[in-house]
Design a protein around this ligand. Structure first.
Ligand code: GLN
Length: 500
């Protein structure tokens, strides 16, 4: 049996039936990482010892015939901007190269509570800034379907690891598409939950009003299992929400409906005309339209809708996101956080960034800041900090940040209106399949355009899923399914229909 190709459900069954042990499973994944990840480069750090010890704990429980949770012994990978206690967490940045997390993110606590086996931390664009995974300070991850292509970003390491069977499932984060875009490029399922569904505590903040942690998985059911494990109210994140059926009565409605095939005709699907743009790859359009047709053939009602402010979404996102980035990244100053050879941090000046020769040029505090940030941050991060500082400064605030916020409201209202008459929205995940390594690195605007179908869901705080729906040659194409707030179940069930 090929252990590394199993889904969560299959792996769980295998463990229960004692077809293999959790230790064998963890070893199989670790071996595969050692062999395959040399060419894919999805992991930044692998936790061999702790993974094996955790697997052993699951085996002991099984031996004692104790009931184990669904994720017990399941090998997973974590994007390297989510804190795992006692482990290095770099956010893909030189500035955090030696930073060790002093606590677990809440989502990690939830995974650990179930006994999940954390195999290691995966590569990302520095602080999540990018759409190709090429902005990491450390390595460039490759697309497992074609090593000359990017895996998408910023959770490219997590998506590639799931696609290449280097883990059973993974966590990513999505501020402007960072779970869904790499999921679509790598042909896996990626879910960005509703804003507030999953705690952001322990996620290295990019743009706090947009950030969400979510799963990348081999199928929709697995994504659901991980989502259910990590979601819920957390006292450490005041924006998190209890996913109680009483508060969100609609949450489970569709699940019940979809189980009864003949009731399909009660679900209405909206296709926004603004998401089929000129210049998109015609093969992508054809594959996505085919997927939509399949839903229609199954008796679901399809309706064209309009989300009229879509064309302003990308501009609004890049203004709001950069503004928040400039505030969130101010803490990396070489005093509180910043690169250092050691991370003991007893003497705050032990944390100063620049060593040896150059440290002599530091005469005052400003020099510390300038050198630490100048050398610790990569080009794209510096670009966003400068842009965000500009859009928040007196005299420009009203013209840029405030206007972008007003557009954000209009975009949210577009969705509110559409969702009065439909249940889910289907769009392409990206106008193009995975592009070549290096193809867009010199043109930031071309890179930003990759997010064109992604960012509206973040601005409106809605749950959105990318599902594989076909291929162009070797390269996967993703279908995006957007739902009403806290209707994760609905979009996941819609995704499952396509899978079947
Ligand atoms: N491509 C988006 C950006 O560069 C992705 C952000 C994210 O979701 N982390 O801003």
């Amino acid at each position: 049996m090929n252990l590394t190709s199993l889904t969560i459900t299959q792996t769980h069954q295998g463990l229960l039936k004692k077809k293999f042990s959790a230790l064998e499973l963890a070893k199989a994944y670790l071996r595969r990482i050692e062999k395959e990840d040399k060419k894919i480069c999805s992991f930044l750090t692998v936790f061999k010892q702790s993974a094996l010890s955790q697997a052993k704990i699951t085996d002991d429980l099984i031996l004692q015939n104790r009931k184990i949770p669904l994720l017990a012994g399941i090998p997973c990978a974590i994007k390297d901007n989510i804190l795992v206690k006692g482990k290095r967490c770099t956010a893909g940045s030189k500035i955090l190269e030696n930073y060790t997390a002093s606590y677990d993110a809440t989502s990690i606590e939830f995974l650990k509570a179930q006994g999940a086996v954390i195999l290691g931390k995966t590569n990302l664009d520095e602080f999540g800034h990018g759409s190709s995974c090429e902005n990491s300070a450390f390595i460039k991850t490759r697309n497992p379907h074609d090593l000359s292509k990017v895996p998408g970003g910023s959770s490219g390491g997590s998506a590639a690891a799931v696609a290449a069977d280097l883990c059973c499932c993974a966590l990513g984060s999505d501020t402007g598409g960072s779970i869904r875009l790499p999921a679509s490029f790598c042909g896996v399922v990626g879910l960005k939950p509703t804003y507030g569904a999953v705690s952001r505590y322990g996620l290295i903040a990019m743009a706090s009003s947009l950030d969400q942690i979510g799963p990348l998985a081999k199928n929709a059911e697995d994504a659901k299992i991980v989502f259910q494990a990590i979601s819920g109210k957390d006292p450490f994140d005041s924006t998190s929400v209890e996913l109680d059926k009483k508060i969100h009565p609609v949450k489970c409605r569709f699940a019940a409906i979809s189980r009864t095939a003949k009731l399909f005709n009660r679900v209405k699907i909206g296709i926004p005309k603004e998401y089929f743009v000129k210049g998109m790859n015609p093969k992508v359009e054809k594959i996505v339209r085919n997927a939509i047709k399949k839903y229609e053939e199954m008796g679901m009602k399809i309706e064209e809708i309009s989300l009229p402010h879509t064309e302003y979404a990308l501009a609004a996102y890049y203004l709001i996101m950069a503004s928040e980035v400039s505030a969130n990244l101010a803490r990396y100053d070489g005093i509180r956080f910043g690169s250092s050879k050691t991370n003991s941090g007893i003497n705050p000046f032990g944390k100063l960034r620049v060593d040896g020769e150059r440290s002599r040029t530091i005469k005052n505090l400003l020099d510390v800041y300038l050198q630490t940030r100048g050398e610790g941050f990569g080009e794209e991060v510096r670009r966003r900090i400068m842009l965000g500082t500009y859009t928040l400064s007196a005299g420009y605030y009203e013209a840029y940040y405030l206007r972008a916020q007003k557009i954000r409201t209009l975009i949210k209202q577009d969705f509110d209106k559409a969702f009065q008459k439909i249940d889910v929205i289907l769009t392409p995940a990206s106008p193009v399949p995975a592009f070549g390594l290096g193809e867009k690195t010199t043109d930031p605007l071309a890179m930003y355009l990759s997010d064109i179908f992604m960012v509206a869901a973040n601005l409106a705080g809605l749950p959105a899923l990318s599902m594989p729906c076909g291929k162009i040659g070797k390269l996967p194409v993703g279908l995006q399914i957007i739902g009403k707030p806290f209707n994760e179940e609905t979009i996941l069930e819609t995704g499952k229909i396509l899978e079947n």
